[in-house]
Design a protein around this ligand. Structure first.
Ligand SMILES: [Zn+2]
Length: 95
């Protein structure tokens, strides 16, 4: 069986967001609401994905008991374009 793909996501209340992000998903490990930019949404549609928030990923609370796990990042040009075009997160204090 293929390793689960882990999609690393920013928290839903991050200061900035990418236009077109969705906010209806949660981290599989801690349950915190995350935001998913359009590039990540495309990865979501590509097959089974485990959503992990950035703090959990940084804290190494990644699945697989320490074994290497497939981590998917967006195509780098798309990612850079999204990062260059962030805007204040207007959803920040709504949840
Ligand atoms: Zn988390």
């Amino acid at each position: 069986m293929a390793e689960p793909i882990v999609l690393i996501c920013e928290l839903a209340d991050a200061p900035r967001m990418v236009a077109g992000s969705i906010f209806d998903r949660k981290c599989a490990l801690c349950g915190t609401a995350v935001m998913i930019a359009p590039s990540g949404q495309r990865i979501l549609r590509s097959g089974p994905v485990q959503i992990v928030c950035a703090p959990c990923f940084i804290a190494a609370k990644v699945p697989g008991n320490g074994k290497p796990t497939a981590v998917r990042i967006s195509p780098i040009d798309e990612l850079l374009r999204e990062l260059e075009n962030t805007q204040p997160n207007q959803r920040r204090h709504r949840n």
